[in-house]
Design a protein around this ligand. Structure first.
Ligand SMILES: [Fe+2]
Length: 238
Protein backbone atom coordinates (compact mmCIF):
# COMPACT_ATOMS: atom_id res chain seq x y z
CA UNK A 1 0.00 0.00 0.00
CA UNK A 2 0.92 3.63 -0.35
CA UNK A 3 0.20 6.36 2.18
CA UNK A 4 -0.25 9.67 0.38
CA UNK A 5 -0.60 11.86 3.49
CA UNK A 6 1.83 11.45 6.39
CA UNK A 7 3.74 13.81 8.69
CA UNK A 8 6.72 11.52 8.99
CA UNK A 9 9.51 14.07 8.45
CA UNK A 10 10.71 14.98 11.91
CA UNK A 11 11.16 18.36 13.47
CA UNK A 12 9.56 20.41 10.71
CA UNK A 13 5.88 20.55 11.73
CA UNK A 14 3.60 18.99 14.33
CA UNK A 15 4.45 15.49 13.08
CA UNK A 16 7.35 13.27 14.20
CA UNK A 17 9.48 14.94 16.85
CA UNK A 18 12.81 13.35 16.12
CA UNK A 19 14.53 10.73 13.98
CA UNK A 20 13.64 7.95 16.43
CA UNK A 21 9.95 8.78 16.04
CA UNK A 22 10.19 8.92 12.22
CA UNK A 23 11.84 5.49 12.24
CA UNK A 24 9.24 4.09 14.65
CA UNK A 25 6.46 5.37 12.39
CA UNK A 26 8.16 3.84 9.35
CA UNK A 27 8.59 0.46 11.04
CA UNK A 28 4.93 0.51 12.07
CA UNK A 29 3.87 1.46 8.53
CA UNK A 30 5.99 -1.31 7.00
CA UNK A 31 4.45 -3.89 9.35
CA UNK A 32 1.05 -2.63 8.23
CA UNK A 33 1.93 -3.31 4.60
CA UNK A 34 2.89 0.20 3.49
CA UNK A 35 5.80 0.33 1.00
CA UNK A 36 5.54 3.95 -0.16
CA UNK A 37 4.94 7.08 1.88
CA UNK A 38 4.48 10.58 0.55
CA UNK A 39 5.87 12.89 3.23
CA UNK A 40 3.40 15.76 3.48
CA UNK A 41 4.49 18.34 6.06
CA UNK A 42 2.25 21.37 6.54
CA UNK A 43 2.61 24.54 4.53
CA UNK A 44 0.46 27.04 6.43
CA UNK A 45 0.71 30.16 8.57
CA UNK A 46 2.72 28.21 11.17
CA UNK A 47 5.02 26.15 8.97
CA UNK A 48 6.82 27.21 5.82
CA UNK A 49 7.83 23.87 4.34
CA UNK A 50 8.84 24.88 0.87
CA UNK A 51 9.95 22.69 -2.00
CA UNK A 52 13.74 22.48 -1.71
CA UNK A 53 13.56 22.14 2.06
CA UNK A 54 11.13 19.19 1.94
CA UNK A 55 13.06 17.49 -0.86
CA UNK A 56 16.23 17.72 1.20
CA UNK A 57 14.56 16.42 4.39
CA UNK A 58 12.98 13.56 2.44
CA UNK A 59 16.34 12.50 0.99
CA UNK A 60 17.93 12.58 4.47
CA UNK A 61 15.16 10.45 5.99
CA UNK A 62 15.27 8.01 3.06
CA UNK A 63 18.96 7.51 3.78
CA UNK A 64 18.13 6.75 7.41
CA UNK A 65 15.51 4.20 6.27
CA UNK A 66 18.10 2.55 4.04
CA UNK A 67 20.70 2.46 6.82
CA UNK A 68 18.14 0.90 9.15
CA UNK A 69 16.96 -1.60 6.55
CA UNK A 70 13.43 -0.18 6.44
CA UNK A 71 12.09 -1.00 3.00
CA UNK A 72 9.91 2.01 2.46
CA UNK A 73 10.30 4.46 -0.40
CA UNK A 74 9.71 8.05 0.63
CA UNK A 75 8.42 10.70 -1.75
CA UNK A 76 8.43 14.44 -1.14
CA UNK A 77 5.05 16.12 -0.82
CA UNK A 78 3.21 18.83 1.08
CA UNK A 79 -0.11 19.58 2.75
CA UNK A 80 -0.88 23.03 1.46
CA UNK A 81 -3.43 25.00 3.44
CA UNK A 82 -5.46 27.44 1.42
CA UNK A 83 -4.72 30.96 2.61
CA UNK A 84 -6.09 32.88 -0.35
CA UNK A 85 -6.53 32.43 -4.06
CA UNK A 86 -3.72 34.89 -4.80
CA UNK A 87 -1.30 33.13 -2.46
CA UNK A 88 -2.02 29.71 -3.93
CA UNK A 89 -1.69 30.88 -7.53
CA UNK A 90 1.69 32.43 -6.73
CA UNK A 91 2.81 29.26 -4.90
CA UNK A 92 1.87 27.14 -7.91
CA UNK A 93 3.32 29.46 -10.54
CA UNK A 94 6.58 29.83 -8.65
CA UNK A 95 6.79 26.12 -7.80
CA UNK A 96 7.06 26.91 -4.10
CA UNK A 97 5.89 23.57 -2.67
CA UNK A 98 6.16 19.87 -3.49
CA UNK A 99 3.25 18.48 -5.44
CA UNK A 100 2.35 14.85 -4.76
CA UNK A 101 4.07 12.51 -7.17
CA UNK A 102 6.89 13.05 -9.67
CA UNK A 103 5.15 15.67 -11.80
CA UNK A 104 3.03 18.69 -10.94
CA UNK A 105 -0.22 16.74 -11.24
CA UNK A 106 -1.61 16.47 -7.71
CA UNK A 107 -1.75 18.85 -4.78
CA UNK A 108 -2.94 18.03 -1.27
CA UNK A 109 -5.02 21.17 -0.72
CA UNK A 110 -6.36 21.66 2.77
CA UNK A 111 -9.13 24.04 3.79
CA UNK A 112 -8.71 26.34 6.78
CA UNK A 113 -10.30 24.91 9.93
CA UNK A 114 -12.23 28.10 10.67
CA UNK A 115 -14.19 28.66 7.47
CA UNK A 116 -14.75 27.38 3.96
CA UNK A 117 -13.01 29.41 1.28
CA UNK A 118 -15.85 30.42 -1.06
CA UNK A 119 -13.36 30.76 -3.91
CA UNK A 120 -12.55 27.05 -3.79
CA UNK A 121 -14.62 26.11 -6.88
CA UNK A 122 -12.76 28.76 -8.89
CA UNK A 123 -9.42 27.55 -7.49
CA UNK A 124 -10.27 23.93 -8.33
CA UNK A 125 -11.12 24.93 -11.92
CA UNK A 126 -7.88 26.94 -12.19
CA UNK A 127 -5.80 23.96 -11.01
CA UNK A 128 -7.59 21.44 -13.24
CA UNK A 129 -7.07 23.71 -16.26
CA UNK A 130 -3.34 23.36 -15.53
CA UNK A 131 -3.53 19.57 -15.35
CA UNK A 132 -3.35 19.58 -11.55
CA UNK A 133 -5.88 17.55 -9.57
CA UNK A 134 -6.56 18.96 -6.10
CA UNK A 135 -6.93 16.30 -3.42
CA UNK A 136 -8.93 17.59 -0.45
CA UNK A 137 -7.64 16.01 2.76
CA UNK A 138 -10.08 14.78 5.39
CA UNK A 139 -13.27 16.64 4.40
CA UNK A 140 -15.04 14.55 7.04
CA UNK A 141 -13.16 16.46 9.75
CA UNK A 142 -14.36 19.91 8.65
CA UNK A 143 -17.60 21.13 10.23
CA UNK A 144 -18.62 23.17 7.16
CA UNK A 145 -18.35 20.16 4.84
CA UNK A 146 -20.45 18.06 7.20
CA UNK A 147 -23.09 20.78 7.50
CA UNK A 148 -23.19 21.55 3.78
CA UNK A 149 -22.45 18.34 1.86
CA UNK A 150 -23.25 20.19 -1.38
CA UNK A 151 -19.87 21.95 -1.03
CA UNK A 152 -17.97 18.70 -1.52
CA UNK A 153 -20.39 17.51 -4.19
CA UNK A 154 -19.68 20.65 -6.18
CA UNK A 155 -15.90 20.22 -5.91
CA UNK A 156 -16.00 16.50 -6.71
CA UNK A 157 -18.32 17.03 -9.66
CA UNK A 158 -15.85 19.60 -10.96
CA UNK A 159 -13.00 17.05 -10.78
CA UNK A 160 -11.44 17.41 -7.32
CA UNK A 161 -10.62 14.31 -5.30
CA UNK A 162 -11.14 13.65 -1.62
CA UNK A 163 -8.83 11.94 0.84
CA UNK A 164 -10.51 10.31 3.81
CA UNK A 165 -8.39 9.56 6.89
CA UNK A 166 -8.30 6.09 8.41
CA UNK A 167 -8.63 7.57 11.92
CA UNK A 168 -12.03 8.95 10.95
CA UNK A 169 -13.19 5.48 9.88
CA UNK A 170 -12.07 4.11 13.25
CA UNK A 171 -14.16 6.73 15.07
CA UNK A 172 -11.05 8.41 16.46
CA UNK A 173 -11.98 11.88 15.22
CA UNK A 174 -15.66 12.18 16.18
CA UNK A 175 -18.96 10.45 15.59
CA UNK A 176 -19.83 13.25 13.14
CA UNK A 177 -16.62 12.62 11.18
CA UNK A 178 -17.36 8.89 11.07
CA UNK A 179 -20.95 9.50 9.93
CA UNK A 180 -19.84 11.85 7.18
CA UNK A 181 -17.06 9.48 6.07
CA UNK A 182 -19.70 6.75 5.80
CA UNK A 183 -21.81 9.11 3.72
CA UNK A 184 -18.83 9.79 1.42
CA UNK A 185 -18.24 6.04 1.01
CA UNK A 186 -21.92 5.47 0.18
CA UNK A 187 -21.84 8.32 -2.36
CA UNK A 188 -18.65 6.92 -3.93
CA UNK A 189 -16.92 10.20 -3.09
CA UNK A 190 -13.86 8.68 -1.44
CA UNK A 191 -11.10 8.91 -4.03
CA UNK A 192 -8.10 8.25 -1.82
CA UNK A 193 -7.42 6.89 1.65
CA UNK A 194 -4.48 7.91 3.84
CA UNK A 195 -3.30 7.93 7.44
CA UNK A 196 -2.46 11.61 8.09
CA UNK A 197 -0.21 10.05 10.76
CA UNK A 198 1.66 12.51 12.99
CA UNK A 199 3.44 10.19 15.44
CA UNK A 200 3.21 6.67 16.83
CA UNK A 201 -0.07 7.36 18.61
CA UNK A 202 -1.72 9.08 15.67
CA UNK A 203 -0.15 6.26 13.73
CA UNK A 204 0.33 5.16 10.11
CA UNK A 205 -2.37 2.50 10.06
CA UNK A 206 -3.78 1.94 6.59
CA UNK A 207 -4.75 -1.75 6.21
CA UNK A 208 -7.65 -1.47 8.65
CA UNK A 209 -9.02 1.46 6.64
CA UNK A 210 -9.01 -0.58 3.43
CA UNK A 211 -10.75 -3.41 5.29
CA UNK A 212 -13.40 -0.96 6.41
CA UNK A 213 -13.99 0.28 2.85
CA UNK A 214 -14.02 -3.28 1.60
CA UNK A 215 -16.65 -4.29 4.19
CA UNK A 216 -18.90 -1.33 3.40
CA UNK A 217 -18.44 -0.92 -0.34
CA UNK A 218 -16.83 -4.13 -1.57
CA UNK A 219 -13.34 -5.33 -2.43
CA UNK A 220 -13.45 -3.80 -5.89
CA UNK A 221 -13.96 -0.31 -4.45
CA UNK A 222 -11.08 -0.75 -2.01
CA UNK A 223 -8.85 -1.95 -4.87
CA UNK A 224 -9.90 1.00 -7.00
CA UNK A 225 -8.96 3.47 -4.25
CA UNK A 226 -5.62 1.74 -3.70
CA UNK A 227 -4.87 1.84 -7.42
CA UNK A 228 -5.75 5.53 -7.56
CA UNK A 229 -3.34 6.24 -4.69
CA UNK A 230 -0.57 4.38 -6.54
CA UNK A 231 -1.42 6.41 -9.61
CA UNK A 232 -0.38 9.53 -7.74
CA UNK A 233 3.27 8.43 -7.71
CA UNK A 234 3.30 7.08 -11.26
CA UNK A 235 4.22 9.38 -14.10
CA UNK A 236 1.29 8.36 -16.25
CA UNK A 237 -1.42 10.99 -16.76
CA UNK A 238 -4.72 10.38 -14.92
FE1 LIG B 1 -2.09 16.34 7.60
Amino acid sequence: MIDIHCHILHGIDDGANDLAESLAMARYAYQDGICHIIATPHLNIHYNNTRAYVQNKTAILQKAFDQNNIKITLHPGCEVQLKSKQTLYRQVEQNEFCFLGPDARYVLLEQRWTDYDPETPEIVAWLLARGITPIIPHPERHVFFRKQPELINQLVNAGAWTQVSVDSLLGNNSQEALDYANHLIAANHVHTLATDAHNIKRKPSLAIGYEYISDRAGKARAAEINARCYGVISSKPN
